[in-house]
Design a binder for this molecule. Structure first.
Ligand SMILES: Nc1nc2c(ncn2[C@@H]2O[C@H](COP(=O)(O)OP(=O)(O)OP(=O)(O)O)[C@@H](O)[C@H]2O)c(=O)[nH]1
Ligand SMILES: [Mg+2]
Ligand SMILES: [Zn+2]
Length: 362
C-alpha cells in the first residue's frame, strides 16, 4: 500500500533514523490532503483522518513545522477511521509560501515533490515574467521544474510560445498541451512514473485540475469556467490534495495562486537565471554589475541580441527585491532573538534552500 504512495528504501531509512522511541504504535503514513487542521493520511491499512498530537502542537514553532500534503509522518492509529500524527519525517523538498497578510510565517504548499509542473495557459494568462517567478520557487524548493503550457487549442502559435519560454528557462523542459483536444499527453507521460510525486502550480483557471482529470482519464476534481473578459479563474480548487494516477504517479493538485511575491531566497534563485550567470563568467571584472563596466559580457549579449534586455531588468529586480526582503527579515530576527527559545522535535526541511512566495488564494 505505502509503495503506491511513493514509499521506498530511502524513506524506510529516514523512518528508521527518525522514528520516535517513545511510541511503539507509530507507523509511517503519507499526508494526502489537508483541510485546515485536519489531514487525510494513508498508511499501510488504508486512509485515516488525523490531527497532530497536543505535544506536536505545543512544540511547533511555525506553521511550516506542521504537516503538509506530501509529507511522510509518524502516525498512531486510533480506530479504523482516525489517527494522530506524532512527527514529520525530514522533507526532501518543500515549496513554501508566505502566509497571506503581514506575518512572516511560511506555509508549505507541498512537500517531497520530485517534479513541479508550472502551469500557464496559452490565453491572456500567458506571462513570461510570471513563469520566471515560478521557476525561482521551483529551483529553491528542490523539485525539478517543468513548464506546462495548457490550452494549446486556443492559439495558433503554441510552438512560438514554447520557444519563448525555453529562452527564459534554461535547461527546463517546456511542453504545450491541450486537454480539450487531447494533444500532447505523450510529452507528459515520461514524468508520470510509478511512485514519482508531481505537484501542479499556477494561477487559478489555468487548467490544473483539468490536467489532473485528463491524465487520470476520470472526473476526479471539479473544474469551472473562467471569467471571459480577462481569463481569470474562479478559485475552484480550495485545498491541496494528492491523487494516484492510473500509471502510478502521484499528482498534487493545488488551489490557484493569485499573486506571487518573492520574500526569501538563498542563492538557488540564480539557477532561474543560469544563462545570465554563465554570461557573467565572461565579464572582465569579477564583480561586474553589468551596468556600465568595460568588457561586460552580459551587456555585449544584449547588443548582439542573444539576451533579452527585459530578462536582465527582471534579474536586477529580483536581486533587489530579495536583498530588501533579507534586510527586513534580519530586522525581524533581531527582534525575535530576545524571545524564549523552544526546542523543536521537528526536523528542519532538508531542501537545498528556501524561497517563500507571498500569494493568496482568493
Ligand atoms: N480551451 C481549453 N480550455 C481548457 C483546457 N483545460 C482547461 N480548460 C478550461 O479552463 C477552465 C479552468 O480549468 P480548471 O481546471 O478548473 O483550472 P484550475 O487551474 O484548476 O483552477 P483553480 O482550481 O481555480 O486553481 C475550465 O473552464 C476548463 O474547461 C484546455 O486544454 N483547453
Ligand atoms: Mg483546480
Ligand atoms: Zn558584466
Amino acid at each position: 500500500m505505502l509503495f503506491v504512495y511513493g514509499w521506498n528504501e530511502r524513506w524506510q531509512a529516514a523512518w528508521e533514523a527518525n522514528r520516535p522511541v517513545n511510541t511503539t504504535a507509530a507507523q509511517p503514513a503519507r499526508v494526502t490532503a489537508q483541510y485546515s487542521h485536519t489531514y487525510k493520511i494513508v498508511c499501510e491499512s488504508g486512509e485515516r483522518l488525523a490531527n497532530v498530537t497536543g505535544k506536536f502542537e505545543h512544540l511547533a514553532l511555525t506553521r511550516g513545522d506542521f504537516p503538509a500534503v506530501g509529507d511522510w509522518v509518524s502516525a498512531e492509529l486510533l480506530d479504523d477511521r482516525h489517527a494522530v500524527i506524532h512527527s514529520v519525517l525530514p522533507r526532501q523538498s518543500a515549496m513554501t509560501r508566505k502566509v497571506a497578510g503581514q506575518t512572516n510565517e511560511e506555509q508549505i504548499i507541498a512537500s517531497n515533490v520530485d517534479e513541479l509542473f508550472i502551469v500557464n495557459a496559452l490565453n491572456q494568462d500567458f506571462n513570461l515574467r510570471k513563469i520566471e517567478r515560478y521557476l525561482i520557487l521551483a529551483w529553491e524548493s528542490g523539485a525539478r521544474p517543468v513548464v506546462v503550457l495548457t490550452k494549446a487549442d486556443l492559439t495558433e502559435e503554441a510552438d512560438l510560445r514554447v520557444s519563448e519560454v525555453e529562452a527564459i528557462a534554461p535547461g527546463v523542459p517546456v511542453h504545450a498541451v491541450s486537454a480539450l483536444t487531447n494533444q500532447g499527453m505523450e510529452k507528459l507521460l515520461p514524468y508520470l512514473l510509478p511512485g514519482q510525486t508531481i505537484a501542479v502550480t499556477g494561477s487559478s483557471g489555468t487548467g490544473k485540475s483539468t490536467l489532473l482529470n485528463w491524465l487520470s482519464d476520470a472526473n476526479i476534481q471539479r473544474v469551472q469556467g473562467i471569467r471571459e473578459e480577462d481569463a481569470r479563474g474562479r478559485h475552484t480548487t480550495t485545498h491541496r490534495e494528492l491523487f494516484v494516477l492510473p500509471g502510478g504517479a502521484l499528482l498534487v493538485d493545488t488551489p490557484g495562486m493569485r499573486e506571487l511575491q518573492l520574500w526569501d531566497a538563498d542563492e538557488g534563485w540564480k539557477e532561474a537565471f543560469s544563462d545570465i550567470e554563465e554570461m557573467a563568467a565572461g565579464c572582465r571584472f569579477r564583480d561586474c554589475r553589468h551596468e556600465r563596466e568595460a568588457g561586460c559580457a552580459v551587456k555585449a549579449a544584449i547588443q548582439q541580441g542573444t539576451l533579452d534586455p527585459k530578462r536582465l531588468v527582471n534579474y536586477f529586480k529580483t536581486e533587489r527585491e530579495l536583498a530588501r526582503l533579507a534586510r527586513k527579515e534580519k530586522r525581524t530576527e533581531q527582534r525575535k532573538s530576545v524571545s524564549a527559545v523552544k526546542s523543536s522535535p521537528h526536523p528542519r526541511k532538508s531542501a537545498r534552500g528556501k524561497v517563500r512566495l507571498a500569494e493568496e488564494e482568493e
